[in-house]
Design a protein around this ligand. Structure first.
Ligand code: GTR
Length: 427
């Protein structure tokens, strides 16, 4: 009898705790279960003071928010490190069937006996002297974005993906061109833009290990990982984009005043943070960036702060964990990240089936960033009504939700090229 009671008690307890576990980690996809919350006003300081003009925004509001995101979400870069040397390791005036130039430029960084390098693959339209460019990271190596046999295969660590021929964490010839569908190289060149891309794993391998990549360059004494307010991988990758910008300033063939920084998913979180922290980027595109990107954290729809910090402990700074299951305590939300890009153009894009990234939360961010664009007389998102699927709103703040899933498609690029042309080519 006693045994049976113990057994029943055991079953009940484990059931309850498993149930709780399930509840805690079950993502919410039900709009009616989105908690009530107040959207912080980007034009109000944390002490309640209202910001009424551009000057106050630039002197007070923007720095306060930038500091918040730096110390509590992405982490601060602990020091400075410029390009030590760079070299054009390969180039051609006859790429993409003759309409483009190709360059592969290796940037080298040296500090404290350490060395790191990454390679920028650049295609430039032959008929434009000083080309504007789209700059974005790729997930599996530069050679995956094109079938061009001249593109060098990176020897950096890569996540295994047998369907792309990636085993033993090494990229191989087998994955050449496997991501051509995500990069509209021809359309970009035909529109008079260049395309520059970097394998993100060369700047920091995407794993919870802070002994490799860029982070250890700044360690003091026996430091093993960044301090609680120091950078995670997203900020590390954003740092790399800024170094690519340093290089563009040296390259006469690239128009460094017209660089559009682009990224998908985790790399969309990265393009946003790069755009915020480096005002040299003329425009910013976030494709399906979701939690920790364009989506409002306080909605807790799809991926949440706790979820992302548990699955990817290395992406954000340690301080971000203070908001695990504690979104209410956030004094700022991701619409204010977008506002930090103002008055420069920003495009937020969602996909209908990508509920994990919370399309509505991404749209609302763009909407709630608008008052800061208003200060500059720049047009944001005029209404809280989400546009219909495949019906882009393209103002200085732009938004679309397209059919399909978590991906970068021809439709996305068609919009980005059209919008970037309008935003940057009108002078
Ligand atoms: C998912 C992650 C998302 C998104 C995505 C990606 O697993 O939960 O936040 O970043 O990865 O980068 O593809």
């Amino acid at each position: 009898m006693k045994k049976i009671v113990v057994l029943i008690a055991f079953i009940l307890i484990t059931q309850i705790s498993f149930g709780q576990l399930r509840v805690e980690f079950e993502p919410n996809y039900d709009e009616s279960k989105v908690p009530e919350f107040e959207v912080p006003d980007p034009l109000r300081m944390f002490n309640g003071r209202k910001i009424r003009n551009q000057r106050r925004w630039e002197k007070k509001g923007r720095p306060e928010l930038l500091e918040f995101f730096t110390r509590n979400v992405y982490g601060r870069v602990p020091g400075e490190l410029g390009i030590s040397t760079w070299e054009v390791v390969e180039q051609s005036d006859n790429a993409l069937g003759g309409k483009a130039k190709r360059k592969q430029v290796d940037l080298v960084f040296k500090k404290n006996g350490r060395s790191l390098h990454f390679n920028i693959l650049i295609y430039l339209p032959k008929n434009v002297d000083n080309a504007p460019v789209f700059l974005g990271y790729n997930f599996y190596g530069n050679h995956t974005i094109t079938n061009d046999v001249n593109v060098i295969i990176s020897d950096a660590w890569a996540r295994n993906n047998p369907s792309f021929g990636i085993i033993n964490n090494q990229l191989t010839e087998q994955s050449r061109g496997v991501r051509v569908n995500r990069w509209a190289v021809n359309e970009i060149i035909d529109a008079g833009f260049g395309l520059a891309t970097i394998y993100y794993g060369e700047v920091d391998p995407d794993k919870d290990d802070f002994r490799d990549g860029i982070h250890p360059f700044f360690y003091v004494d026996a430091q093993q990982r960044p301090a609680a307010d120091e950078w995670g991988s997203v900020a590390g990758w954003a740092w790399g984009l800024s170094r690519a910008m340093d290089y563009f300033e040296e390259d006469a063939e690239v128009n460094e005043n017209k660089v559009v920084v682009f990224g998908h998913s985790r790399l969309g979180k990265t393009s946003l943070w790069a755009g915020v922290t480096d005002e040299r980027f003329a425009a910013v595109i976030s494709n399906n960036s979701g939690c920790g990107g364009a989506a409002l954290s306080k909605r807790q729809f799809g991926e949440t702060v706790a979820r992302i910090n548990n699955s990817f402990p290395h992406w954000f700074c340690k301080n971000f964990r203070n908001y695990n299951k504690n979104e209410d305590a956030l004094p700022a939300d991701q619409h204010e990240l977008l506002a930090l890009i103002a008055p420069r153009p920003v495009y937020v894009a969602s996909a209908e089936e990508d509920q994990w990234a919370d399309p509505r939360g991404e749209f609302l961010s763009a909407f709630y960033a608008t008052p800061v664009y208003d200060l500059y007389g720049e047009k944001g998102i005029p209404s809280k009504e989400m546009p219909a699927v495949n019906q882009p709103i393209q103002n200085t703040v732009a938004y679309h939700i397209r059919t399909g899933g978590h991906d970068v498609t021809g439709f996305d690029w068609e919009q980005y090229i059209k919008w970037a042309t309008e935003q940057l080519m009108n002078e």
